[in-house]
Design a protein around this ligand. Structure first.
Ligand code: ATP
Ligand code: MG
Length: 150
């Protein structure tokens, strides 16, 4: 059986508000990701702070929480062939600072600043699982491929 792996992404409020959700999803699909779960959501201060708990106490933390609660976000569980979904998404998303992100990356195209950088990508399979479980129940994640009946 073909090996697959999964990761998690969150399209951030600046990109959703700019109407870039569809374009970003297209970029993910064109890169070889399949969407296994998808949801528009709105983070409370508490959820945003918990999501970014590793950054608690850092100088940018308050700005980050304020930004992440400033509008709707779009969460997705992504899958692709092979074992490197986490790495592949980080590469496609680009560096944290959009100004330093490589040409062709999502942050280079849709990011506005280090904080307003358009999209989150999980940094390990374990963190991906923990992060998507904050947005999706197991029943909300598609486990089988749709095959049209002939
Ligand atoms: P993400 O976790 O959102 O995918 P990342 O893994 O590239 O981004 P992290 O170091 O995990 O970067 O930082 C989380 C988020 O915090 C960044 O995406 C950015 O929005 C914000 N951030 C990080 N460093 C800074 C900074 N120096 N100044 C302002 N905001 C920052
Ligand atoms: Mg990170």
């Amino acid at each position: 059986m073909q090996t697959t792996s999964r990761t998690f992404t969150l399209i951030k409020p600046n990109a959703v508000a700019a109407g870039a959700t569809g374009k970003i999803l297209d970029r993910l699909i064109a890169d070889g990701f399949r969407i296994r779960a998808l949801k528009m959501d709105f983070l409370s201060r508490n959820r945003a702070a918990r999501f970014y708990t590793v950054h608690r106490g850092k100088p940018f933390f308050e700005d980050l929480v304020r930004f992440m609660t400033s509008g709707a976000v779009v969460a997705a569980v992504l899958e692709r062939d092979g074992e490197r979904a986490v790495e592949a998404l980080r590469t496609l998303v680009g560096a944290t600072d959009p100004a330093r992100a490589a040409a062709g990356t999502i942050r280079r195209e849709f990011g506005e600043s280090v904080t307003r950088n358009a999209i989150h990508a999980s940094d390990s399979p374990e963190n991906a699982r923990e992060e998507w479980s904050r947005f999706f129940t197991p029943d909300e994640i598609t486990e089988i491929d749709y095959t049209p009946e002939v």
